[in-house]
Design a protein around this ligand. Sequence first.
Ligand SMILES: [Zn+2]
Length: 69
Amino acid sequence: MKTCSMCGEEFELKPDKPGFANRCPDCSAPEATAPTTKEKMDADERKAASEANEARRQAMRNLLYRKDS
Ligand SMILES: [Zn+2]
């Protein structure tokens, strides 16, 4: 068991868990909480987040187009 560095909850660290090794799955989620207490978001994190958003937008757009036509 590990203790989340964000919320303090204990969680089970899975080897293939995406995100941070010291955060629970909830706090590893890109949009879990606003990064108010976060000192900095490193470039990789920011890049991953924006790529995820872009991918989501793209998927949404594809869905809409498919529905329209
Ligand atoms: Zn947490």
